[in-house]
Write a protein that binds this ligand. Structure first.
Ligand SMILES: Cc1cc2nc3c(=O)[nH]c(=O)nc-3n(C[C@H](O)[C@H](O)[C@H](O)COP(=O)(O)O)c2cc1C
Length: 138
């Protein structure tokens, strides 16, 4: 991963985290809600959900989840894109341009009702989100 790729993939997630300066509520062992020190306390229960093809968005999502004390979930395509960049582009380009949905695997343990704030992470594919992310938000 080079710096440029990382910045592209993580811009949305990092920007959102910086904008909100999130100190998400976290349950401690005694059941009381706590938040990360040094951040503005929001008493929000937060989660980060992301899709990543080559790992950059995963890195950004993990970093944000750790700093914000948020739960972390990964979106996985039912049929993964080819691991070869050019073949992946061939598969993904018509989906992105056509705003198509790519089927995704069920996300285990996710109960959206438990969260007040959701960060969604996606690589930038032709100026839009990767289709598995479109499927999830749809
Ligand atoms: C299929 C595909 C399409 C891409 N399209 C764009 C694009 O249109 N513009 C751009 O700046 N980067 C584009 N990229 C680069 C990715 O956004 C960038 O490498 C990102 O960090 C990858 O995130 P990931 O490692 O989480 O998959 C594309 C990458 C792939 C694999």
């Amino acid at each position: 991963m080079n710096r440029r790729e990382f910045v592209k993939g993580s811009l949305a997630l990092a920007g959102a985290a910086a904008f909100f300066n999130v100190g998400c509520a976290k349950e401690s062992a005694d059941g009381k809600e706590t938040s990360k020190e040094g951040t503005r306390k929001m008493d929000k229960k937060c989660m980060v959900i992301y899709y990543s093809w080559s790992g950059n968005t995963r890195f950004a999502a993990e970093t944000i989840a750790k700093k914000a004390g948020a739960a972390l979930f990964e979106i996985k395509a039912e049929t993964p894109y080819n691991s070869d960049f050019n073949k992946c582009c061939d598969e993904a380009k018509p989906e992105c341009y056509g705003k198509k949905l790519r089927p995704i695997k069920p996300i285990e343990g996710l109960d959206l009702a438990k969260y007040d704030l959701v960060f969604v992470g996606s690589p930038n594919w032709w100026g839009t989100m990767a289709p598995p992310v479109r499927t999830w938000v749809t």
